[in-house]
Design a binder for this molecule. Structure first.
Ligand SMILES: NC(=O)C1=CN([C@@H]2O[C@H](COP(=O)(O)OP(=O)(O)OC[C@H]3O[C@@H](n4cnc5c(N)ncnc54)[C@H](O)[C@@H]3O)[C@@H](O)[C@H]2O)C=CC1
Ligand SMILES: N[C@@H](CC=O)C(=O)O
Length: 357
Protein backbone atom coordinates (compact mmCIF):
# COMPACT_ATOMS: atom_id res chain seq x y z
CA UNK A 1 0.00 0.00 0.00
CA UNK A 2 1.17 3.53 -0.83
CA UNK A 3 0.05 6.44 1.37
CA UNK A 4 -0.30 9.99 0.07
CA UNK A 5 -0.91 12.71 2.67
CA UNK A 6 -3.25 15.47 1.52
CA UNK A 7 -3.70 19.02 2.81
CA UNK A 8 -6.69 20.87 1.37
CA UNK A 9 -6.77 24.67 1.34
CA UNK A 10 -10.19 26.03 0.30
CA UNK A 11 -13.09 23.71 1.15
CA UNK A 12 -15.57 25.70 -0.96
CA UNK A 13 -17.63 24.37 -3.87
CA UNK A 14 -14.76 22.57 -5.64
CA UNK A 15 -12.82 21.66 -2.48
CA UNK A 16 -15.74 20.15 -0.60
CA UNK A 17 -16.86 18.22 -3.71
CA UNK A 18 -13.32 16.82 -3.93
CA UNK A 19 -13.48 15.67 -0.31
CA UNK A 20 -16.80 13.97 -1.08
CA UNK A 21 -15.29 12.20 -4.11
CA UNK A 22 -12.20 11.13 -2.10
CA UNK A 23 -14.41 9.65 0.62
CA UNK A 24 -16.55 7.66 -1.78
CA UNK A 25 -13.49 6.29 -3.64
CA UNK A 26 -11.55 5.18 -0.54
CA UNK A 27 -12.20 1.43 -0.86
CA UNK A 28 -11.95 1.44 -4.66
CA UNK A 29 -8.51 3.10 -4.54
CA UNK A 30 -7.18 0.62 -1.99
CA UNK A 31 -8.41 -2.35 -4.01
CA UNK A 32 -7.60 -1.16 -7.52
CA UNK A 33 -4.36 0.80 -6.96
CA UNK A 34 -3.15 -0.04 -3.46
CA UNK A 35 -3.46 3.64 -2.64
CA UNK A 36 -4.40 5.30 0.63
CA UNK A 37 -5.17 9.03 0.44
CA UNK A 38 -4.94 10.37 3.98
CA UNK A 39 -6.31 13.86 4.61
CA UNK A 40 -4.24 15.58 7.31
CA UNK A 41 -5.38 19.19 6.99
CA UNK A 42 -8.44 21.15 5.85
CA UNK A 43 -8.16 24.94 6.03
CA UNK A 44 -10.26 27.85 4.86
CA UNK A 45 -9.09 31.46 5.04
CA UNK A 46 -9.39 31.63 8.84
CA UNK A 47 -9.81 28.16 10.37
CA UNK A 48 -7.88 24.91 10.08
CA UNK A 49 -8.59 21.35 11.12
CA UNK A 50 -5.45 19.27 11.65
CA UNK A 51 -5.20 15.56 12.35
CA UNK A 52 -1.95 13.72 11.57
CA UNK A 53 -3.77 10.37 11.91
CA UNK A 54 -6.25 11.32 9.19
CA UNK A 55 -9.38 13.47 9.13
CA UNK A 56 -12.57 11.39 8.93
CA UNK A 57 -14.64 11.38 5.76
CA UNK A 58 -17.39 13.42 7.48
CA UNK A 59 -14.83 16.23 7.81
CA UNK A 60 -17.56 18.85 7.75
CA UNK A 61 -18.91 18.20 11.24
CA UNK A 62 -15.36 17.96 12.68
CA UNK A 63 -14.45 21.19 10.91
CA UNK A 64 -17.42 22.95 12.50
CA UNK A 65 -16.72 21.57 15.98
CA UNK A 66 -12.91 21.30 16.15
CA UNK A 67 -11.23 23.62 13.63
CA UNK A 68 -9.17 26.43 15.15
CA UNK A 69 -8.17 29.90 14.03
CA UNK A 70 -4.72 29.59 12.50
CA UNK A 71 -1.80 31.45 11.08
CA UNK A 72 0.15 30.06 8.16
CA UNK A 73 3.30 29.56 10.27
CA UNK A 74 1.36 26.96 12.31
CA UNK A 75 0.78 25.01 9.11
CA UNK A 76 4.51 25.10 8.37
CA UNK A 77 5.29 23.97 11.95
CA UNK A 78 2.76 21.14 11.61
CA UNK A 79 4.31 19.92 8.35
CA UNK A 80 7.85 20.25 9.72
CA UNK A 81 6.95 18.41 12.93
CA UNK A 82 5.27 15.43 11.24
CA UNK A 83 7.44 15.17 8.12
CA UNK A 84 4.55 13.54 6.23
CA UNK A 85 5.77 11.22 3.50
CA UNK A 86 4.32 12.07 0.06
CA UNK A 87 2.66 15.30 1.15
CA UNK A 88 0.46 17.11 -1.41
CA UNK A 89 -1.10 20.53 -0.75
CA UNK A 90 -4.18 21.31 -2.81
CA UNK A 91 -5.20 24.89 -3.55
CA UNK A 92 -8.92 25.11 -4.28
CA UNK A 93 -9.11 28.71 -3.11
CA UNK A 94 -9.57 31.65 -5.48
CA UNK A 95 -7.13 33.62 -3.35
CA UNK A 96 -4.61 35.99 -4.90
CA UNK A 97 -2.48 35.82 -1.74
CA UNK A 98 -2.34 32.11 -1.04
CA UNK A 99 -0.13 31.22 -4.07
CA UNK A 100 2.66 33.27 -2.47
CA UNK A 101 2.71 30.57 0.24
CA UNK A 102 3.54 27.84 -2.28
CA UNK A 103 7.26 28.50 -1.72
CA UNK A 104 6.87 27.79 2.01
CA UNK A 105 4.77 24.70 1.31
CA UNK A 106 7.40 23.34 -1.06
CA UNK A 107 10.16 24.12 1.44
CA UNK A 108 8.14 22.26 4.08
CA UNK A 109 8.18 19.17 1.83
CA UNK A 110 4.93 19.47 -0.09
CA UNK A 111 3.98 18.92 -3.71
CA UNK A 112 1.31 21.32 -5.01
CA UNK A 113 -1.94 20.89 -6.94
CA UNK A 114 -3.85 24.03 -7.91
CA UNK A 115 -7.32 24.61 -9.29
CA UNK A 116 -6.61 28.26 -8.49
CA UNK A 117 -5.20 29.94 -11.61
CA UNK A 118 -3.44 32.80 -9.84
CA UNK A 119 0.03 31.25 -9.40
CA UNK A 120 0.34 30.66 -13.12
CA UNK A 121 -0.81 34.15 -14.07
CA UNK A 122 1.28 36.37 -11.80
CA UNK A 123 4.45 37.89 -13.25
CA UNK A 124 6.79 35.79 -15.35
CA UNK A 125 9.38 36.38 -12.63
CA UNK A 126 7.08 34.66 -10.06
CA UNK A 127 6.25 31.88 -12.54
CA UNK A 128 9.90 31.07 -13.19
CA UNK A 129 11.00 31.47 -9.55
CA UNK A 130 8.33 29.00 -8.44
CA UNK A 131 9.52 26.42 -10.96
CA UNK A 132 13.12 26.87 -9.82
CA UNK A 133 12.16 26.23 -6.18
CA UNK A 134 10.09 23.20 -7.18
CA UNK A 135 12.98 21.77 -9.16
CA UNK A 136 15.49 22.39 -6.37
CA UNK A 137 13.23 20.57 -3.90
CA UNK A 138 12.25 17.86 -6.37
CA UNK A 139 8.55 18.65 -6.01
CA UNK A 140 5.66 18.47 -8.49
CA UNK A 141 3.23 21.25 -9.39
CA UNK A 142 0.15 20.05 -11.26
CA UNK A 143 -2.78 22.21 -12.38
CA UNK A 144 -4.81 20.49 -15.09
CA UNK A 145 -8.02 22.19 -13.90
CA UNK A 146 -6.58 25.67 -14.52
CA UNK A 147 -7.96 25.45 -18.07
CA UNK A 148 -11.11 23.60 -19.13
CA UNK A 149 -11.86 22.30 -15.59
CA UNK A 150 -11.62 18.48 -15.85
CA UNK A 151 -10.85 18.43 -19.60
CA UNK A 152 -7.30 17.30 -20.50
CA UNK A 153 -6.05 20.52 -22.09
CA UNK A 154 -2.89 21.44 -20.20
CA UNK A 155 -1.32 18.00 -20.41
CA UNK A 156 -2.27 17.52 -24.07
CA UNK A 157 -0.74 20.84 -25.01
CA UNK A 158 2.38 20.26 -22.94
CA UNK A 159 2.92 16.82 -24.49
CA UNK A 160 2.53 18.22 -28.00
CA UNK A 161 5.00 20.98 -27.25
CA UNK A 162 7.54 18.75 -25.47
CA UNK A 163 7.46 16.24 -28.31
CA UNK A 164 8.62 19.00 -30.64
CA UNK A 165 5.26 19.58 -32.32
CA UNK A 166 4.94 23.24 -33.34
CA UNK A 167 1.70 24.66 -31.95
CA UNK A 168 0.54 27.49 -34.19
CA UNK A 169 -2.85 28.55 -32.90
CA UNK A 170 -5.38 27.81 -30.18
CA UNK A 171 -8.92 29.06 -30.44
CA UNK A 172 -12.06 28.28 -28.54
CA UNK A 173 -14.55 28.89 -25.78
CA UNK A 174 -12.54 28.77 -22.55
CA UNK A 175 -15.18 29.93 -20.08
CA UNK A 176 -17.82 27.55 -18.77
CA UNK A 177 -19.82 30.32 -17.12
CA UNK A 178 -19.87 32.57 -20.21
CA UNK A 179 -20.70 29.54 -22.33
CA UNK A 180 -23.67 28.73 -20.10
CA UNK A 181 -24.72 32.37 -19.93
CA UNK A 182 -24.68 32.92 -23.69
CA UNK A 183 -26.20 29.53 -24.51
CA UNK A 184 -29.08 30.26 -22.17
CA UNK A 185 -29.41 33.98 -22.79
CA UNK A 186 -29.30 33.59 -26.60
CA UNK A 187 -32.04 30.98 -26.71
CA UNK A 188 -34.34 31.80 -23.79
CA UNK A 189 -36.43 34.81 -22.85
CA UNK A 190 -34.75 35.37 -19.50
CA UNK A 191 -33.22 38.49 -18.04
CA UNK A 192 -29.43 38.47 -18.13
CA UNK A 193 -29.16 38.96 -14.35
CA UNK A 194 -31.27 35.83 -13.76
CA UNK A 195 -29.04 33.78 -16.04
CA UNK A 196 -25.94 35.11 -14.29
CA UNK A 197 -27.39 34.14 -10.91
CA UNK A 198 -28.14 30.64 -12.22
CA UNK A 199 -24.54 30.29 -13.42
CA UNK A 200 -23.39 31.14 -9.89
CA UNK A 201 -25.73 28.65 -8.23
CA UNK A 202 -24.57 25.94 -10.64
CA UNK A 203 -20.96 26.62 -9.59
CA UNK A 204 -19.80 27.88 -12.99
CA UNK A 205 -18.77 31.42 -12.11
CA UNK A 206 -15.79 32.45 -10.01
CA UNK A 207 -16.64 33.43 -6.42
CA UNK A 208 -16.41 36.96 -7.84
CA UNK A 209 -18.36 36.80 -11.14
CA UNK A 210 -16.67 40.00 -12.34
CA UNK A 211 -13.58 37.85 -12.97
CA UNK A 212 -15.62 35.99 -15.60
CA UNK A 213 -17.58 38.92 -17.04
CA UNK A 214 -14.53 41.13 -17.36
CA UNK A 215 -12.83 38.45 -19.47
CA UNK A 216 -10.07 38.14 -16.86
CA UNK A 217 -10.68 34.42 -16.36
CA UNK A 218 -10.38 33.73 -20.10
CA UNK A 219 -7.33 36.03 -20.22
CA UNK A 220 -5.73 34.00 -17.43
CA UNK A 221 -6.43 30.73 -19.23
CA UNK A 222 -4.92 32.06 -22.47
CA UNK A 223 -1.80 33.11 -20.58
CA UNK A 224 -1.52 29.70 -18.87
CA UNK A 225 -1.68 27.95 -22.25
CA UNK A 226 0.80 30.38 -23.82
CA UNK A 227 3.28 29.83 -20.98
CA UNK A 228 2.77 26.06 -21.29
CA UNK A 229 4.29 26.27 -24.76
CA UNK A 230 7.07 28.46 -23.34
CA UNK A 231 5.91 31.82 -24.68
CA UNK A 232 7.21 34.42 -22.27
CA UNK A 233 4.06 36.48 -21.88
CA UNK A 234 2.69 38.72 -19.14
CA UNK A 235 -1.00 39.11 -18.27
CA UNK A 236 -0.91 42.75 -19.41
CA UNK A 237 -0.13 41.54 -22.94
CA UNK A 238 -3.48 39.76 -23.26
CA UNK A 239 -5.99 41.90 -25.17
CA UNK A 240 -9.27 41.52 -23.30
CA UNK A 241 -12.76 42.77 -24.13
CA UNK A 242 -14.64 43.32 -20.87
CA UNK A 243 -18.38 42.67 -20.80
CA UNK A 244 -18.92 44.78 -17.70
CA UNK A 245 -20.50 48.17 -18.43
CA UNK A 246 -18.59 51.25 -17.42
CA UNK A 247 -20.73 52.18 -14.39
CA UNK A 248 -20.17 48.79 -12.76
CA UNK A 249 -16.52 48.53 -13.61
CA UNK A 250 -13.58 49.52 -11.50
CA UNK A 251 -14.42 50.79 -8.08
CA UNK A 252 -17.55 48.80 -7.16
CA UNK A 253 -17.10 46.33 -4.32
CA UNK A 254 -18.26 42.76 -4.91
CA UNK A 255 -21.24 43.38 -2.63
CA UNK A 256 -22.27 46.50 -4.57
CA UNK A 257 -21.83 44.70 -7.86
CA UNK A 258 -23.97 41.75 -6.72
CA UNK A 259 -26.75 44.09 -5.57
CA UNK A 260 -26.72 45.96 -8.90
CA UNK A 261 -26.58 43.10 -11.41
CA UNK A 262 -30.00 44.02 -12.82
CA UNK A 263 -28.16 46.99 -14.38
CA UNK A 264 -26.52 44.43 -16.69
CA UNK A 265 -29.85 43.55 -18.32
CA UNK A 266 -30.11 46.46 -20.77
CA UNK A 267 -26.42 46.24 -21.57
CA UNK A 268 -26.66 42.56 -22.60
CA UNK A 269 -29.99 43.03 -24.45
CA UNK A 270 -27.98 45.28 -26.80
CA UNK A 271 -25.56 42.43 -27.54
CA UNK A 272 -28.49 40.09 -28.10
CA UNK A 273 -30.25 42.44 -30.50
CA UNK A 274 -27.19 42.36 -32.78
CA UNK A 275 -27.42 38.58 -33.06
CA UNK A 276 -28.87 37.22 -36.34
CA UNK A 277 -31.28 34.25 -36.54
CA UNK A 278 -28.69 31.57 -37.25
CA UNK A 279 -26.07 32.95 -34.91
CA UNK A 280 -25.07 32.64 -31.29
CA UNK A 281 -22.91 34.82 -29.09
CA UNK A 282 -19.59 33.30 -28.07
CA UNK A 283 -16.90 34.72 -25.82
CA UNK A 284 -13.73 33.27 -27.27
CA UNK A 285 -10.03 33.07 -26.54
CA UNK A 286 -7.49 33.09 -29.34
CA UNK A 287 -3.74 32.54 -29.23
CA UNK A 288 -1.81 33.14 -32.44
CA UNK A 289 1.73 31.91 -31.90
CA UNK A 290 3.27 33.50 -34.99
CA UNK A 291 1.85 36.94 -34.25
CA UNK A 292 2.48 36.43 -30.52
CA UNK A 293 -1.06 37.68 -29.85
CA UNK A 294 -3.47 36.62 -27.12
CA UNK A 295 -7.03 37.89 -27.35
CA UNK A 296 -10.30 37.39 -25.47
CA UNK A 297 -13.43 38.80 -27.13
CA UNK A 298 -17.15 38.43 -27.78
CA UNK A 299 -18.09 37.34 -31.30
CA UNK A 300 -21.18 36.30 -33.24
CA UNK A 301 -20.73 32.76 -34.46
CA UNK A 302 -22.86 30.71 -36.92
CA UNK A 303 -24.96 28.20 -34.96
CA UNK A 304 -23.82 25.43 -37.28
CA UNK A 305 -20.08 25.89 -36.59
CA UNK A 306 -18.13 23.81 -34.05
CA UNK A 307 -18.01 26.75 -31.65
CA UNK A 308 -21.66 27.54 -32.31
CA UNK A 309 -22.82 24.03 -31.46
CA UNK A 310 -21.53 23.75 -27.89
CA UNK A 311 -24.14 23.31 -25.19
CA UNK A 312 -24.62 24.11 -21.50
CA UNK A 313 -21.36 25.10 -19.84
CA UNK A 314 -19.24 23.37 -22.50
CA UNK A 315 -15.75 24.49 -23.42
CA UNK A 316 -14.21 23.80 -26.78
CA UNK A 317 -10.52 24.05 -27.67
CA UNK A 318 -9.24 23.90 -31.24
CA UNK A 319 -5.49 23.30 -31.26
CA UNK A 320 -3.71 23.86 -34.59
CA UNK A 321 -0.20 22.47 -35.00
CA UNK A 322 2.15 21.34 -37.76
CA UNK A 323 0.44 17.95 -37.85
CA UNK A 324 -3.07 19.21 -37.08
CA UNK A 325 -2.83 21.89 -39.76
CA UNK A 326 -6.17 21.88 -41.52
CA UNK A 327 -8.20 19.80 -39.09
CA UNK A 328 -7.39 20.93 -35.57
CA UNK A 329 -7.16 18.68 -32.56
CA UNK A 330 -10.44 19.41 -30.79
CA UNK A 331 -11.25 18.92 -27.12
CA UNK A 332 -14.79 19.63 -26.04
CA UNK A 333 -16.88 18.98 -22.93
CA UNK A 334 -18.21 20.38 -19.67
CA UNK A 335 -15.86 23.24 -18.85
CA UNK A 336 -17.00 24.30 -15.38
CA UNK A 337 -18.78 23.08 -12.27
CA UNK A 338 -17.67 21.66 -8.94
CA UNK A 339 -18.21 18.02 -9.91
CA UNK A 340 -16.04 17.95 -13.06
CA UNK A 341 -13.42 20.28 -11.58
CA UNK A 342 -13.06 18.19 -8.42
CA UNK A 343 -12.74 15.10 -10.61
CA UNK A 344 -9.94 16.86 -12.49
CA UNK A 345 -8.16 17.67 -9.21
CA UNK A 346 -8.61 14.03 -8.21
CA UNK A 347 -6.89 13.08 -11.48
CA UNK A 348 -4.00 15.39 -10.55
CA UNK A 349 -3.66 13.61 -7.19
CA UNK A 350 -3.42 10.27 -9.01
CA UNK A 351 -0.89 11.73 -11.46
CA UNK A 352 1.39 12.82 -8.60
CA UNK A 353 0.80 9.52 -6.73
CA UNK A 354 2.10 7.56 -9.71
CA UNK A 355 5.37 9.50 -9.56
CA UNK A 356 5.90 8.80 -5.83
CA UNK A 357 6.93 5.65 -3.93
N1 LIG B 1 -15.95 26.28 -10.41
C1 LIG B 1 -15.32 25.81 -11.47
O1 LIG B 1 -15.92 25.33 -12.42
C2 LIG B 1 -13.84 25.86 -11.52
C3 LIG B 1 -13.12 26.49 -10.53
N2 LIG B 1 -11.77 26.56 -10.59
C4 LIG B 1 -11.07 27.25 -9.54
O2 LIG B 1 -11.31 26.58 -8.30
C5 LIG B 1 -11.15 27.54 -7.24
C6 LIG B 1 -12.29 27.37 -6.24
O3 LIG B 1 -13.51 27.72 -6.82
P1 LIG B 1 -14.87 27.55 -5.96
O4 LIG B 1 -14.83 26.27 -5.22
O5 LIG B 1 -15.98 27.83 -6.89
O6 LIG B 1 -14.72 28.76 -4.93
P2 LIG B 1 -15.41 28.92 -3.48
O7 LIG B 1 -15.49 30.38 -3.21
O8 LIG B 1 -16.65 28.10 -3.40
O9 LIG B 1 -14.33 28.28 -2.50
C7 LIG B 1 -13.12 28.89 -2.17
C8 LIG B 1 -12.75 28.47 -0.76
O10 LIG B 1 -11.43 28.97 -0.49
C9 LIG B 1 -11.40 29.46 0.86
N3 LIG B 1 -10.26 30.38 0.97
C10 LIG B 1 -10.15 31.65 0.52
N4 LIG B 1 -8.91 32.13 0.82
C11 LIG B 1 -8.24 31.13 1.44
C12 LIG B 1 -6.93 31.00 1.99
N5 LIG B 1 -6.07 32.01 1.96
N6 LIG B 1 -6.58 29.82 2.56
C13 LIG B 1 -7.44 28.79 2.62
N7 LIG B 1 -8.70 28.86 2.12
C14 LIG B 1 -9.09 30.01 1.53
C15 LIG B 1 -12.76 30.07 1.07
O11 LIG B 1 -13.02 30.17 2.45
C16 LIG B 1 -13.63 29.01 0.36
O12 LIG B 1 -13.90 27.95 1.25
C17 LIG B 1 -11.06 28.91 -7.90
O13 LIG B 1 -9.70 29.32 -7.93
C18 LIG B 1 -11.56 28.67 -9.32
O14 LIG B 1 -10.99 29.53 -10.27
C19 LIG B 1 -11.06 25.99 -11.60
C20 LIG B 1 -11.70 25.33 -12.62
C21 LIG B 1 -13.14 25.25 -12.68
N1 LIG C 1 -15.32 30.52 -13.79
C1 LIG C 1 -14.66 29.58 -14.62
C2 LIG C 1 -14.59 28.26 -13.94
C3 LIG C 1 -13.54 27.40 -14.51
O1 LIG C 1 -12.39 27.76 -14.67
C4 LIG C 1 -15.40 29.43 -15.94
O2 LIG C 1 -16.45 30.05 -16.07
O3 LIG C 1 -14.91 28.75 -16.84
Amino acid sequence: MKTIHLALFGPGKVGSKLLEQLASSEEHLKESSGLILKLVLVADSSHALLNPKGIKSDWDSDFKSSSKKYSFSEVEDYFNKHQFKNLVSIDTTASIDFPHKYFDLVNAGSHIIAANKVANTLSLEFYERLRKVLKKNNKNFVYETNVGAGLPIVETLRNLHLSGEKVTRIRGVFSGSLSYIFNTFSSEQKEFSKVLEEAGVLGYTEPDARIDLSGKDVGRKLLILAREIQLKKEFEEVKIESLIPHQLNGDTTLEEFNSRISELNGHFEKYKSKQLKDEVLRYIGELDVEKGSLEAKLIREPKASALGQIEGADNIFEIYTESYKDQPLVIRGAGAGAEVTARGVFGDILKISERLN
